[in-house]
Design a protein around this ligand. Structure first.
Ligand code: UDP
Length: 330
């Protein structure tokens, strides 16, 4: 059987394609290449360029390949963009996911893994690691768009022969340790990517958005997880559903938080020299602090992270950024 990866030309999706191939799976990719790159798709995967909401194309993909699972990465991921373009986010993340779920169920494909996010929680009531049972109070249309998709999956799974695993990603960073893929989008806004680009001189300076949060150093705290460990959690989810496991929603993070300043200090240490950092006001939609309790992923999925090391995450991100510079890719 084959696995269909949506957004397989993007950052996390391209790592997933390699992880599936490494595990001996047959892989089909759909990506419309709005932010991804065809060169990022492993050549062994069958590639279809198109939109996940193109129902006739999806029907053709399911007819042409023996697919038993969909792993759905395609979507928009930038919190501040979702604040300025909420309806675009609901269209791209929620409406298109509804169409993809419908196409998947219509084709009789029983398994679905969904890229959800810690943004569904908003700011938790305490600084303790957050459990899946915590209140869901997204603070951005991005978080809401993903939560709405989780709700659709839940309801579709109770009405049809269809099971899903929603993985709530915390802050994904780093690159394939074998250097095959990494975060490549030119306009990337995520902290570790921006810091690495600045350290390497691709950007002249970067900003810290807010130093007045109720955290020990005043900057926001996040749980940074290596993309390779995240891909491994998806493989475990697939394995579990194929063995008959029911629908599940699980956090993916390491359970420890780093502030923006911690991350920037670590980038300086790993890179070996300082770079220009400005302090700016808060960015809209940012929760102060969020860290995962990933006990469920460990116990239910049997997920054992292997790259829980901020320095190692940063090293791999710096190596990928240097590779992009050598390729002169943007
Ligand atoms: N951040 C920052 N400068 C940047 C990018 C991000 O200070 O250039 C902060 C951002 O305000 C947030 C944290 O880093 O507090 C993580 O942001 P990111 O965009 O990486 O991920 P998010 O948590 O929004 O998904």
């Amino acid at each position: 059987m084959a696995v269909l990866v949506t957004g397989g030309a993007g950052y996390i999706g391209s790592h997933m394609v390699w992880a599936l191939l490494d595990a001996g799976e047959d892989v089909v990719v759909i990506d419309r290449l709005s932010t991804g790159f065809q060169w990022a798709v492993a050549p062994e995967a069958r590639f279809y360029q198109g939109d996940v909401a193109d129902a006739p194309l999806l029907a053709r993909i399911f007819a042409e390949n023996s697919i038993d699972a969909v792993i759905h990465f395609a979507g928009s991921i930038v919190v501040p963009d979702s604040m300025s373009d909420p309806l675009g986010y609901y269209e791209n993340n929620t409406v298109k996911t509804r169409s993809l779920i419908a196409s998947t169920i219509a084709a009789g494909v029983p398994h679905f893994v969904f890229s959800s996010t810690a943004a569904v929680y908003g700011t938790p009531d305490s600084l303790q690691p957050v459990l899946e049972t915590a209140l869901l109070r997204p603070e951005s249309p991005y978080g809401s768009s993903k939560l709405m998709s989780e709700i659709m999956l839940r309801d579709a799974a109770s009405a049809h022969d269809f099971r899903y695993t929603a993985l709530r990603y915390f802050n994904v960073a780093g690159a394939d340790p074998r250097g095959r893929t990494g975060q490549s989008s030119a306009g990337a806004t995520h902290l570790i990517k921006v810091a690495c680009a600045t350290a390497l001189g691709r950007r002249q300076e970067m900003s810290i958005y807010g130093t007045d949060y109720p955290t020990p150093d005043g900057t926001c705290i996040r749980d940074y997880i290596h993309v390779t460990d995240l891909a491994a959690a998806h493989l475990k989810a697939l394995e579990r559903m194929r063995a008959g496991g029911g629908s599940l929603t699980a956090n993916c993070g390491y359970g420890r938080g780093f502030s923006v300043r911690d991350v920037l200090d670590a980038v300086k240490t790993v890179h070996g020299s300082a770079f220009a950092i400005r302090v700016e006001g808060r960015r809209a939609g940012d929760p102060a602090s969020i860290v995962a309790d990933a006990t469920l992923a460990r116990t239910e999925l049997g997920w054992v992270p292997k790259h829980d090391d901020l320095g190692g995450i940063i090293r791999s991100a710096l190596d990928w950024e240097a590779h992009l510079m050598r390729k002169n890719s943007y």
